[in-house]
Design a protein around this ligand. Structure first.
Ligand code: CP
Length: 317
């Protein structure tokens, strides 16, 4: 029997969550890290529950880790790629959701290219809904796994200075991280060219830098973002070569951060565009592989907590 400490029906974003909401998920996820490192990775907490992962966009990390998370908790897990579903025959998002809802599922995990699509869908179904990334809006489980990764390495989040660098404009990861880090008392800097930083972003309580060397000075964490070509309409950078020169993370720019600063990236990485292989693969300072590991544990914690609030009989039509 799991104990409920996360008082929300869905996980649609970090915005609106309190520090205790976030910390309860991180504390629970810490326990799941240990479970995942043991030989016996399975628990029967979600036995009888059904989880569907509905992805309208490509994914390696998020989809696989939600599948592993559900299976390690004993749930029945179905993966649906929209490109191989009746969406291709013209079925709408809502009709797709209502169809799945009629099958008495317990948790629906959704990734969609449009901001707000996952919230809309959550209003139409009886099950718990988790946002696995909606457009440039939010990617809450990514921010949670990033926070867990930082906390395990640094021992805290409060008081740390975190530089989020690159294509913030199109990044749901940046938005979720800004909300989470602000809520937990970290100081957030955004670093990037004017074309890739939203004009009013400072209103979110962050410091903005257009010079990467200044932005990285004395930071504790450097979080790099991919250029998200799939969400771009038009040209935002003069050339990849020039972008890497000014905003790519390499050893020389990293030297401006604190000597024990760590390197993070949500993935997928574009080596030689936003990050140099030497720093991405630095075994002492790069936490990129740990982020992937934490992703499974965080998603187990989310499934654990969201199923706590469900009735014993699953919802449906
Ligand atoms: N970080 C992240 O969301 O990766 P995927 O697109 O591979 O899921």
């Amino acid at each position: 029997m799991n104990t409920r400490s996360f008082p929300h029906r869905h996980l649609l974003g970090i915005q609106g969550l309190t520090a205790p909401d976030i910390l309860s998920l991180l504390d629970l996820a810490d326990g799941y890290v240990e479970q995942n490192r043991s030989v016996d990775k399975r628990k029967n907490l979600l036995r009888g529950r059904t989880v569907i992962n509905l992805f309208f966009e490509n994914s390696t990390r998020t989809r696989t880790s939600f599948e592993l998370a559900g299976k390690r908790l004993g749930a029945d897990v179905i993966n649906m790629q929209a490109s191989a579903s009746s969406v291709q025959k013209g079925e709408t998002l809502i009709d797709t959701a209502m169809t799945l809802n009629a099958m008495h599922l317990d948790v629906l995990t959704v990734r969609h290219p449009d901001s707000g699509a996952v919230k809309l869908l959550s209003e139409k179904v009886n099950c718990a809904v988790i946002n696995a990334g909606d457009g440039a809006h939010e990617h809450p489980t990514q921010a949670l796994l990033d926070a867990l990764t930082i906390r395990r390495r640094k021992g805290r989040l409060s008081g740390l200075c975190v530089a989020i660098c690159g294509d913030v404009l199109h990044s749901r990861v940046a938005r979720s991280n800004i909300h989470l880090l602000n809520t937990l008392g970290a100081h957030v800097r955004l670093v990037g060219p004017r074309t890739l930083l939203p004009s009013k972003i400072a209103a979110l309580g962050v410091e903005v830098f257009h010079d990467m060397r200044a932005g990285l000075k004395d930071v504790d964490v450097v979080m790099m973002l991919r250029i998200q070509n799939e969400r771009m309409r038009g040209n935002f950078i003069p050339s990849v070569r020039e972008y890497f020169h000014f905003f790519g993370l390499d050893a020389e720019k990293l030297a401006l951060a604190k000597p024990d600063a760590v390197i993070m990236h949500p993935g997928p990485m574009n080596r030689g565009v936003e990050i140099d292989s030497d720093v991405a693969d630095d075994v002492e300072r790069s936490l990129i592989r740990e982020q992937v590991e934490m992703g499974v544990a965080v998603r187990m914690a989310c499934l654990d907590q969201l199923t706590c609030g469900l009735p014993e009989t699953a919802g449906g039509v």
